[in-house]
Design a protein around this ligand. Structure first.
Ligand code: IPE
Ligand code: IPE
Ligand code: MG
Length: 246
């Protein structure tokens, strides 16, 4: 039985999120520049997107660039933005063939003009695709997202658009970039780091966390299958007892 066959198709995460980490170390191990790692990371993106669509995962969110990543050397930031443009161009076919809708979350206004243009073009072209929603977190920071939500909600209260009493968890959800997505069920981080790095803090409240030492450019469909099988063997209790669940 192959790994893929061991996955229960009716028990997949509704929302899978991935912190794609380790490109720089992968390149360094090969005696190459960090950018070489980022270039090779795009292959793992393709594998992951394709595998998720094939399996029937409805929502995949990939952490591609954080608000903090702007603090990297300009050379690396520029290379990453260029890579974003070329990848969007190259992968439009993959999205169309697999009926995948692209969306993006983050401070998209801070992206370079060219990247923004390419991004919005692909978003527009794929907007009616319905098999899977692929969300790219770009210039994304969870604290910034929450700060913006608080500001918007305060504005609405101040101007009597909503009442203070009506604020509940669903209103907070509606003011996040991820308003159209369900909570994250499974969060994968590659490269052996055990941290969240400002990613989807609200949305992962009850996510299962899966860490692997594999560096992102080496992440394959088989690695994804392993993570999904691991997820399916966990008991998600949401505060209840094991007896209540079974
Ligand atoms: C992840 O790989 C890609 C981005 C954060 C853009 P890194 O570039 O963080 O690689 P490491 O963690 O330095 O190896
Ligand atoms: C998190 O990785 C951001 C992305 C994968 C895009 P980093 O490599 O930037 O995270 P830290 O700085 O090691 O926590
Ligand atoms: Mg890193």
């Amino acid at each position: 039985m192959s790994l893929e066959d061991k996955i229960q198709k009716d028990f997949l995460p509704k929302h899978l999120a991935v912190i794609m980490d380790g490109n720089g170390r992968w390149a360094k191990q090969k005696g190459k520049l960090r950018v070489f790692g980022h270039e090779n990371g795009t292959k793992a993106v393709r594998q992951t997107v394709e595998a998720c669509a094939e399996l029937g995962i409805e929502n995949l969110t990939l952490y591609a660039f954080s608000t903090e990543n702007w603090n990297r050397p300009k050379l690396e930031v520029d290379a990453l933005m260029k890579l974003l443009v070329s990848s969007l161009r190259k992968e439009l076919n993959l999205l169309q063939e697999n009926n995948i809708r692209l969306q993006a979350i983050g401070a998209l206004d801070s992206l370079p003009k060219k990247a923004k243009k390419e991004l919005f073009e692909v978003i527009e072209k794929t907007k009616d695709n319905a098999r899977m929603t692929l969300t790219l977190a770009l210039s994304y920071g969870s604290r910034e997202e929450l700060k913006n939500a608080v500001k918007e909600i305060c504005y609405k209260v101040k101007n009597n658009i909503i009442s203070l009493e009506s604020i509940d968890e669903s209103i907070i959800n509606e003011h996040l970039y991820t308003q159209n997505l369900p909570d994250v069920d499974l969060l994968i981080r590659t490269s052996g780091e055990h941290r969240i790095s400002n990613f989807l803090l609200w949305q992962i409240a009850y996510a299962e966390l899966y860490f692997t030492n594999v560096l992102w450019p080496d992440f394959s469909k088989e690695h994804l299958y392993e993570a999904l099988i691991n997820y399916q063997n966990r008991e998600r209790r949401f505060g209840k007892t094991s007896e209540q669940i079974n």
